[in-house]
Design a protein around this ligand. Structure first.
Ligand code: FE2
Length: 215
């Protein structure tokens, strides 16, 4: 049985409070609740096993979390073929929902913390940015709200709703805002049942490459 991933040196700036760890192997893994720990994925095998754990796990959307991740990454591979970090950020953007379910207000932060050491600061930042990108688009694009799923609209309120002027200025100054908005639009489009896209094996090499660069 695989042991708990308890980080012995949690980042005090990103406390998870009560979080979830997992035990078991691959598709048989299960979650257990622990307290006051940060979850950090140690290698690409662990990351892939965590994503695989999203199969048949819903978040009140039309597809499960694994299908959503794979569709999002495939869309980004098509629209941003030269940006592997963005594609991988799309693949893992909701991994925080798998690690700590039912915490929409925290899932982007949980996910960014989990992948930062493995995939590097930019991929983690794009994961962190994806819920703020929704807030940015709702604030700046009058038609965007109507493109959101019912669940996305519901979580928008928990994630802070419209940006205030200072929050918007901070995002406008972010050099990766454009990539973050591209990820967000892919996220919104990656909820189509029955869409055939590459499976997790397609991403193994890219993940290994990014992990080597970030090491
Ligand atoms: Fe998503």
């Amino acid at each position: 049985m695989r042991g708990l991933m308890v980080d012995p040196d949690p980042d005090p700036d990103e406390p998870l409070g009560t979080a979830l760890g997992w035990v078991g192997e691959g598709h048989r893994m299960g979650f257990v609740r622990t307290s006051s720990m940060s979850l950090r994925l140690r290698d690409s095998a662990e990351l892939l096993a965590t994503l695989a754990g999203g199969a048949d796990v819903g978040d009140d959307e039309a597809v499960d979390l694994l299908a959503h991740a794979l569709q999002c990454a495939a869309i980004l591979e098509a629209v941003a073929p030269g940006d592997r970090e963005l594609q991988v950020a799309g693949l893992v953007h909701d991994i925080g929902t798998i690690l700590a379910p039912n915490r929409p207000e925290a899932h982007a932060r949980v996910g960014a913390t989990a992948v930062r050491g493995l995939l590097g600061p930019r991929a983690a930042h794009l994961v962190r940015l994806h819920d703020q990108a929704k807030r940015y688009l709702v604030t700046t694009d009058p038609g965007y709200r109507h493109q959101l799923s019912a669940r996305s609209l519901e979580t928008l309120r928990l994630q802070g709703g419209l940006l205030d002027p200072d929050e918007r200025a901070a995002l406008d100054a972010d050099p990766d805002l454009g990539a973050g908005l591209t990820l967000r639009r892919a996220d919104d489009d990656a909820k189509r049942p029955g869409t055939v896209v590459p499976d997790l094996g397609h991403w193994q090499g890219v993940l290994d490459q990014l992990a080597r660069s970030a090491a």
